[in-house]
Design a protein around this ligand. Structure first.
Ligand SMILES: O=C(O)[C@H](O)[C@@H](O)[C@H](O)[C@H](O)COP(=O)(O)O
Length: 240
């Protein structure tokens, strides 16, 4: 694992750096394999990044969008990560509908949605025989409880190691989430974390020793590149 921590002065600088990094990975992936696959996070931090990506002139037909987690709500629900992303980005660019791979949250049960998304991912990668296919980039946020994607502290989702997608649980509300082994199979994992409220969780995630099930972001140890992009408010104590 190749881990890089960058602390940017403020959120605009954080977004600019994240954009630069993602565009670099996108260019390399398209050069090398003719396409780029990225899984997005929800929450509030990435929204300005999505708006910035929408302003770029990119080969949209070569770009494939997934979500690393999604609330178990219809795609028109205000809590939907897909809805936020479409409004901030996807509805503003000429990306083929077939390149957008939303979590099928209209399935009758969260478990069915997770299984269907897993099947769709396997078909996309045509990954027969590969246990965990590799997305080019997985973009993650981190909650102030050190959760990431929908892998919340002390939940069953943290124990799932033989699937790509599972059912997460936030305060009794089901979520659909990549498993941590699938996230760790990505070529690059990029955390985007801002705000002083994230400092205590970051201290535990970066501590030499702490409980992974209490601080789930500790489980993200990709075989490829791990990037932590932090604003100064979040990363003050981590600056070397
Ligand atoms: O569905 C979600 O809410 C996200 O995927 C979640 O994991 C998010 O990244 C963190 O909760 C941080 O959220 P903020 O960026 O809003 O702090």
């Amino acid at each position: 694992m190749n881990k890089t921590v960058e602390v940017l002065p403020d959120q605009p600088a954080l977004v600019a750096r994240a954009l630069e990094l993602i565009l670099s990975k996108l260019e390399t992936a398209i050069e090398q394999q003719g396409r780029f696959s990225i899984a997005l996070s929800g929450g509030s931090t990435p929204k300005p990044l999505y708006e910035a990506i929408a302003n770029q002139k990119l080969p949209w037909d070569k770009i494939h969008i997934f979500w690393g987690d999604e609330r178990y709500v219809p795609p028109d629900h205000p809590d939907s990560n897909e809805l936020m992303t479409r409004r901030a980005w996807l509805d503003r660019v000429d990306i083929p509908a077939a390149n957008i791979h939303p979590v099928p949250t209209l399935e009758a049960k969260p478990e069915l949605a997770a299984a269907k998304y897993e099947q769709q991912l396997k078909e996309f990668f045509n990954s027969s025989g590969v246990e965990f296919p590799s997305l080019d980039v997985v973009l993650l946020g981190m909650g102030d409880d050190a959760h990431t994607a929908s892998l919340f502290p002390h939940t069953e989702a943290l124990k799932v190691r033989d699937r790509l997608v599972t059912v997460g649980n936030k305060d009794g509300n089901p979520r659909i989430s990549f498993t941590y082994p699938f996230i760790n199979a990505a070529n690059s994992v990029i955390f985007l974390v801002a705000g002083a409220n994230k400092r205590p969780a970051l201290a535990q995630v970066f501590a030499p020793v702490a409980d992974d099930f209490t601080y789930p972001s500790r489980l993200i140890q990709p075989q490829g590149e791990l990037w932590w992009l932090l604003d100064a408010a979040a990363g003050l104590e981590l600056q070397h």
